[in-house]
Design a protein around this ligand. Structure first.
Ligand SMILES: C[S@@+](CC[C@H](N)C(=O)[O-])C[C@H]1O[C@@H](n2cnc3c(N)ncnc32)[C@H](O)[C@@H]1O
Length: 249
């Protein structure tokens, strides 16, 4: 782990520092659509860039909220996503504070749906994700655990596992060139098999080098830009986008 921290520290300046908007405990209501607002503790970047909430994470929360109505939970029946019914077994990659998974857990709980959401990241962020899960009282829905990109996948996350993952979420995970191949391997491992999960990836455009990641994954995934959500224009101005990745067979 020490090596990984050295490795990320070396590249820390690749994610331009976000102004500290909400260091400490923040309430996030997404325009009053989540009540009571989600509580997220941010560590100001103590454990790397994951200790803060990023615009791409907020976008993904807004999308999940948009696609959940009073009795439906994430029935993503938009033009770009095939209606697959409900998504109840969810995995988030590079969760950082855990915000996106916690938002999914909140939506499931408020609709009485027994979803299981695994929020994952490097070891050092498990404590922060657990704190935030507890702050929102979502311990029965959200389960923080370590998942290092590029490492062999825990068999329970494999696409052909008995209780397979049906939705993978990734917010702002394309930012570190040295990790592109690791992230690509994990995305491939997660979508191996006959019934690959839906993959939703939000992304903030910062560097030209990011093109290398997308050029690589286009060999294995159709990358569909998702535009059918309320604040699409708002996030576009922040160079923040949402993609649906469909594994090519
Ligand atoms: C820019 S932050 C995004 C955090 C959060 N998803 C958000 O949008 O607010 C990128 C996240 O990816 C995680 N990450 C980077 N490299 C990783 C790796 N090799 N394995 C697992 N997670 C990694 C970082 O620890 C960090 O939490």
């Amino acid at each position: 782990m020490a090596n990984f921290i050295d490795f990320t520290a070396q590249y820390a300046d690749l994610v331009p520092a976000r102004p500290i908007e909400h260091l400490g405990n923040t309430d996030l209501s997404f325009g009053g659509r989540i009540e009571p607002p989600l509580k997220i503790h941010e560590d100001g970047g103590e454990q790397g860039c994951g200790g803060k909430v990023w615009a791409a994470g907020e976008l993904l929360c807004e999308y999940l909220i948009d696609k959940s109505d009073s009795d439906g939970f994430l029935s993503l029946s938009s033009q770009t996503l095939k209606a697959k019914g409900l998504y109840t077994n969810i995995l988030e990659l590079g969760s950082g504070t855990g915000l996106v998974g916690i938002c999914a857990g909140f939506l499931a709980r408020s609709r009485n749906i027994q979803a299981r959401i695994s929020t994952t990241d490097i070891d050092n962020l498990i404590e922060l994700m657990s704190t935030n899960t507890k702050l929102n009282g979502l311990e029965k829905f959200v389960f923080p655990e370590t998942l290092m990109w590029g490492e062999p996948l825990n068999p329970k996350f494999e696409a052909d596992a008995s209780n397979n993952i049906d939705l993978v979420l990734a917010a702002d995970c394309v930012y570190l060139e040295a990790a592109f191949l690791l992230l690509e391997k994990t995305l491939l491992d997660l979508t191996e098999g006959e019934h690959p999960p839906t993959v939703l990836m939000s992304y903030t455009k910062r560097r030209k080098a990011d093109k290398v990641f997308f050029r690589h994954i286009r060999k294995h995934f159709e990358v569909i830009t998702v535009t059918d959500f309320d604040r699409y224009e708002h996030y576009k101005l922040k160079r923040t986008h949402l993609f649906h990745l469909v594994r090519l067979q």
